[in-house]
Design a protein around this ligand. Structure first.
Ligand SMILES: N[C@@H](CCC(=O)N[C@@H](CS)C(=O)NCC(=O)O)C(=O)O
Length: 174
């Protein structure tokens, strides 16, 4: 497979959330990618997203939070949005699992996040990490019930990476 960009991100245009959060992390890390809509051949589960790394023998990875883990483990060498210490990495993974497994029960997830974020600014450590970013693409309109989540979500959606990807998402959501 040839491409001038390092990555091909297979994802769908429009509303579904899982591909966009991968694009946000690619933007955060300044990695080059092309976006190929609605192509599921690389995922035996027949879903998006899937990511191909052309600088690693076309390594193919699917499941959005596994993709996020791959990107930060391999390419976030400055630990801009991830962590070095083993135990902290596992806590980061804990939140990624929680995000992936909780998608069907948004109100319950918001309740857990509200409790945690009323006591701290970010889910892990003292910076916005990939664990926080995995939640960026949740639709959020429950400010009154979940004020700490609303503040946290707003501070993530004001990041340049998120603004850029959301504008692409909006343009492709007819
Ligand atoms: N747990 C998977 C979920 C993947 C998933 O459900 N993708 C949806 C879009 S967000 C999809 O491909 N839907 C089309 C289909 O099921 O055919 C992940 O996080 O990557």
């Amino acid at each position: 497979m040839s491409s001038s960009k390092q990555f091909t991100l297979f994802t769908t245009d429009g509303a579904p959330p899982n591909g966009w959060k991968v694009m946000i992390v690619l933007e955060e890390l300044g990695l080059s990618y092309e976006h190929n809509p609605e192509y599921t051949k690389f995922n035996p589960n027949g879903r998006i997203p899937a990511l191909i790394d052309h600088h690693a023998n076309d390594f193919a990875i699917w499941e959005s939070d596994a993709i996020l883990s791959y990107l930060v483990e391999k390419y976030d060498t400055e630990r801009k949005i991830s962590f070095d210490r083993f135990e902290v990495k596992i806590i980061q993974l804990q939140w990624l699992f929680f995000q992936a497994s909780g998608q069907g029960g948004t109100i319950r997830v918001f309740g857990v996040l509200e409790d945690v974020l009323s006591k701290r600014t970010w889910l892990v450590g003292d910076k916005c990490s990939v664990a926080d970013m995995s939640f960026t693409t949740y639709g959020f309109n429950f400010e009154a019930e979940f004020p700490a989540v609303a503040k946290w979500h707003a501070s993530m959606t004001s990041r340049e990476s998120v603004k850029k990807v959301f504008s692409i998402r909006k343009a492709t959501t007819a």
